[in-house]
Ligand binder design. Structure first.
Ligand SMILES: [Zn+2]
Length: 43
């Protein structure tokens, strides 16, 4: 199984995307946020 796909900010011209958890993330916060989110869901 592949990991659930995330709406990567880099795919948006604004560099902004909404995470699956509902939080707004940017290319700056993406890495740190994904690590925190994965820790939170135990993935
Ligand atoms: Zn999130």
């Amino acid at each position: 199984m592949h990991d659930a796909r995330l709406p990567l900010p880099t795919q948006r011209p604004e560099g902004i995307a909404h995470c699956f958890c509902g939080q707004t993330i940017t290319s700056v916060t993406l890495g740190q946020h994904v690590l925190a989110a994965r820790r939170a869901i135990g993935a």
